[in-house]
Design a protein around this ligand. Structure first.
Ligand code: SF4
Length: 168
């Protein structure tokens, strides 16, 4: 085992890391939903599919969480209580994400911050709050969590191949 790799890759997550990831993600989704409903409520249904169903029902149930060592090896989860995540997961998977699964994952996480903007521009206060929450979540992921994540086949993962190979 390479001790240096072990130190830099996450096992579980601190309370503050979970608070940052969970709060910013929930606020982003809630403000996006409210912004659409306040402007043109029929257009909220695609966002319900993308965010409120897409994240637990596709991303967590079928894509990254079934392959997550943080959950299955270290018993922890960044985005939800581990028991809730285990309940959501259809079945554990060993194989890396397929190209189709990676496209689905990217589609969901590109649409989540982009789709509501069309309606949020009519509510500047909501738009600013939404942008802060979205910025907090995506910067937290890409600048911190994804650099130490053990779900190597996730499209967001930023752990260099050399450290993936040397980590156990
Ligand atoms: S990939 Fe792992 S840490 Fe991230 S939400 Fe899923 S189980 Fe939790």
């Amino acid at each position: 085992m390479n001790l240096e790799a072990k130190c830099t890759l996450a096992e579980g997550f601190s309370v503050w890391e979970k608070a940052w990831a969970q709060l910013s993600f929930l606020v982003m989704g809630a403000l996006g939903t409210v912004g659409i409903m306040l402007t043109e409520w029929p257009w909220v249904f695609p966002y319900i599919v993308i965010y409120w169903y897409g994240v637990p029902g596709i991303v967590m149930r079928h894509l990254v969480c079934p392959r997550c060592p943080h959950l299955y090896v270290y018993g922890d989860c960044l985005q939800a209580h581990p028991n809730l995540t285990r309940w959501l997961i259809k079945k554990r998977k060993g194989a890396p994400l397929s190209n189709f699964e990676k496209s689905l994952f990217c589609g969901v996480f590109i649409l989540i911050p982009i789709y509501p903007l069309f309606w949020l521009v009519s509510h500047i206060g909501l738009l600013v709050a939404f942008s802060i929450a979205a910025g907090a979540w995506y910067s937290g992921q890409l600048l911190h969590f994804c650099k130490q994540c053990r779900v190597y086949s996730c499209p967001f993962n930023r752990v260099p191949l050399t450290r993936q190979a040397s980590s156990v």
